[in-house]
Design a protein around this ligand. Structure first.
Ligand code: SAM
Length: 308
């Protein structure tokens, strides 16, 4: 069976009894425990595919329902679950949906599954606008947009901004465009295929904010990642070259040509990279007020600076 996201949903929905589904859930929980997969992932599957809410899943109250609508048959659900167990396919690729901030985003294996820590980039951008008087109205860019998560977050939070989203992958851009359309934000975001700033020459000197979650994992570390990431997420989204910093270094070098004075440079990075990134920004000569912010786990995760 392909990813659910690739499959056509059947024209008529499938029905199972609450008891049948509950029995399947119990078996799936046993399998999850022995495969070291969080039990919450079964809930995610059923929230998407059976329309059950978290409370019904936690209290198992769905067990008493005479019939539950599924988006696929019970045997297809079991097949999807086997792909999770055996091939270690992330559940978001199986359902085709990832929840990020208050958005439901389509995801396919062409895009990185947007991570919870990345959500904070939007708050940092909003804070920069409020506290440092960065222009909220003009041009903001999301370089390496993937699913479009950051561009969508910026367009939604900075209601007067125009957002320019770039990715070198045409497949990723197709997903990002669809997400923007589904959320009614397509008129606020322009999408470009190309490498980093290269398609945005017309914005030189006029950008208020650059936000990016570039590939930042050292090439040799990529090969050691858990199978969910290594086997299923796009390497183009992960591999940051020999020291993991190749893309970030490029963004430090190139952004000054595009940012207006006072414009913000904001990037996500990996644990252990903060000092090197702060040094690059400090020693470049085009930035001021270099700051490092941590994520909710206390890891130094974001670097922010302003164009002099
Ligand atoms: C870590 S992912 C981030 C995706 C998304 N912004 C997010 O935060 O979930 C990095 C993205 O950068 C893109 N990318 C890699 N090299 C690039 C390049 N030279 N120019 C533009 N985008 C690039 C990848 O295709 C991928 O979508």
């Amino acid at each position: 069976m392909p990813y659910l996201a690739d499959a056509q949903f059947p024209k008529s929905l499938m029905f199972v009894s609450g008891l049948e589904l509950w029995q399947w859930v119990n078996q799936a929980k046993t399998e999850a425990r022995s495969s070291d997969i969080p039990l919450a992932e079964i809930d995610w599957l059923l929230q998407e595919l059976a329309g059950l809410d978290r409370l019904a899943l936690r209290l198992e109250s769905f067990k008493d329902l005479p019939k539950i609508e599924l988006k696929l048959s019970l045997s297809e659900l079991a097949q999807l679950w086997q792909r999770r167990l055996q091939e270690r396919v992330p559940v978001q690729y199986l359902t085709g949906v990832a929840h990020w901030r208050h958005f439901s985003l389509k995801v396919t294996p062409a895009v990185l599954i947007p991570r919870p820590e990345t959500e904070l980039l939007i708050d940092l951008a909003v804070e920069a606008v409020k506290s440092y008087g960065v222009n909220p109205k003009s041009h903001w860019v999301d370089l390496g947009t993937g699913s479009g998560a950051i561009a969508i977050g910026l367009a939604s939070a900075l209601t007067n901004a125009r957002v320019y989203a770039v990715d070198c992958s045409s497949e990723a851009l197709a997903v990002a465009r669809l997400n923007a359309e589904n959320l009614g934000l397509e008129s606020r975001i322009n999408f470009y295929q190309g490498s980093w700033w290269e398609p945005l020459a017309f914005l030189k000197g006029r950008v208020s904010g650059m936000v990016s979650n570039p590939p930042y994992i050292p090439s040799s570390t990529v090969l050691t990642l858990q199978p969910e990431v290594l086997k299923h997420e796009p390497h183009l989204a992960l591999d940051g070259g020999f020291d993991g910093l190749e893309c970030i270094r490029h963004l430090v070098e190139t952004a000054p040509d595009y940012l207006e004075s006072g414009g913000v440079w904001l990037v996500e990075m990996m644990a252990g990279q903060a000092e090197a990134v702060a040094d690059m920004l400090d020693s470049h000569g085009s930035y001021c007020d270099v700051q490092i912010f941590s994520d909710l786990a206390g890891i130094d995760r974001f670097a922010l600076a302003y164009r002099l």
